[in-house]
Design a protein around this ligand. Sequence first.
Ligand code: COA
Length: 275
Amino acid sequence: MSSELVTCTVEDGIAWVWFSRPEKRNAMSPALNRKMVEVFDEIEFRDDVSVMVLGGEGTAWSAGMDLKEYFRETEAQGLGGVRKSQRESYGWFRRLRWFQKPTIAMVNGWCFGGAWGPLFACDLAICADEAKFGLSEINWGILPGGGVTKVAVDLLPMRDAMWLTLTGDLIDGKQAAAMRLVNESVPADRLKARTREVAEMLLQKNPVALKFAKDAVRRVSTMTYDEAEDYLVRMQEAANFHDKTEGRKEGIRQFIDEKSYKPGLGAYDLSKQKG
Ligand code: COA
């Protein structure tokens, strides 16, 4: 059965990117990893894309790394083959962590092992109550590699990370939301609509501020307080330079002078700003 591996459509400012290998439960093969980079190259800096959603076709979000094509077949090529396939997969996970636009993981079904890499890389995550998450590595005799153990301890309390790592137990969407592995869990038939609502919320915000803010959340987590304070001052100054619309001034103007909105209750009107 042929498969497109990754597909993408752009609608109303949102790029809907799909793991599109449902017959293999969207397992990430080297070919899929390379296709993902091609899709990112097409959409990341397009003016008509302001938010990116990553979903999965069929019953899986992604069943993790492809045990045959990613592990067995690349190992058969020797160390060079292994390192190449690692570079390709870790490369797009890294690219996704620092993606130019805000990103939302829309998790419909299975989400195993290596798939926690892109799950973590997406800024926000919404899942179906019916989704199933697991660190299945222990079940086939390895540790959760490729950054997955790091993802588990960064996102979960130690006891939960350890439990899932050692037992390979599955959790469903509601449990994942309770553990804060995802932001929200909703019934499957609401998943796309809720994800669209969240994306539309982001479409209202200043895009330069979104990029600097999302990077700041990831960067400061490993800094001391003083380092973070300094970094945030410098980054706001850099954002001021990058924002040709001078959004922050417009935001203040609409609140203080025009009195047309309240920043505590929503975003300023982007359509009134210059540029
Ligand atoms: N790597 C390679 N192939 C995979 C795969 C993976 N991670 N996950 C699923 N597939 C393949 C199966 O081998 C099968 O191929 P086939 O039709 O040629 O036999 C096909 O996808 C469908 O999988 P199947 O197991 O029949 O589907 P299911 O819906 O009954 O079960 C899973 C889904 C995800 C529970 C099960 O496929 C599974 O356990 N996959 C491995 C998950 C895993 O451990 N991933 C961690 C990688 S780090």
